[in-house]
Design a protein. Sequence first.
Length: 272
Amino acid sequence: MPSEPTRLAPHPDWLRPDWREGDVEAFMTTRAGGVSGADLPERAGLTSLNLGRSVGDDPAHVIENRLRVAAAIGGAPVFLKQVHGTTVLRLRPGHAHPDADPEPADASISTDPALACAVMVADCLPVLFAGPGVVGAAHAGWRGLSGGVLESTVAAMSEAVDCAPSRIRAWMGACIGPEQFEVGADVLAAFGAEPLHRDQPLFRFQPNEQGEPRWRADLYGLARQRLAATGIADVSGGGWCTLGAPSRFFSFRHERVDGLRSGRMAAVIRLR
C-alpha cells in the first residue's frame, strides 16, 4: 500500500459538508485546483482539476490531479469502476495498489482511516456518509438511485460496524439541478411515478421544443426521499446545479453546449 501522501489543504472553492464532528475528512472537488486543460484547445473543457482517465486528458495531468486530491484528503482515495449500478465495495488495503483491478461498483465503504472512499461525477449525484467508525460514498445517477444504491450503501455501513442507520449522517454534493434535469417517461417509471400525471412530486412536466412529453426531475428530492426511508434523519447539502454553473463544475450534459469533453469531479471521505 502506498505511503501516506504529503498533506495539502483542500482548495477553497471545493464543497465541504457542514459537519461539526471532527471524526472525518470530506469534500467534493470542483474544476478548481488542477493542471488539466491548458495544453491543447480541445482539452479546454477539462480545465483544471479533471480526475477522469477516459475523457481524453493527458494521463500525467490526471495523475497529478489525483495526487492533489489524495494530499487534501490525507489518505489513499480509491476510485471505482462506476457502471450506474448498486454494488457496494468494502475497501481493503489491496484496493489502493496502483495495479488493483476491483470489481465494478458505484459505492464504497471504509473502516480504515488510510483508505478514502471516492466517487466521480459530472451531473450525477454524489452522496457521502459518515457513521461511528465507518464512512461511505455513493454515485447516484437516476439509474443507481432508482435501483437502490443509497439503500445498499447504508445497509453495508450498518452491517460493517453494527450500527443503526439513524446513527449515520449523509451529505449530498453537487449534481444537475431540478430546473435543468430533463427526463422522459422511462425515468418516471423507474421511480414508480405515473407519466400520465403531468405535474407530480419531484417531477415537473415541461415538454421540449418539439412538443414531446418531458419532465424536470429533482435528484436531490428523490435522494432525500430514499435516505429518509432508510432511517437516516441527518441529511444535508444539495442545492447546486452542475449544468447551470459550467465555469465551476464539470457537466456531462454541458458537452452538448460547448462541444468539449467534460472532466470529472470527485466526492471523497475518510475516517480520521
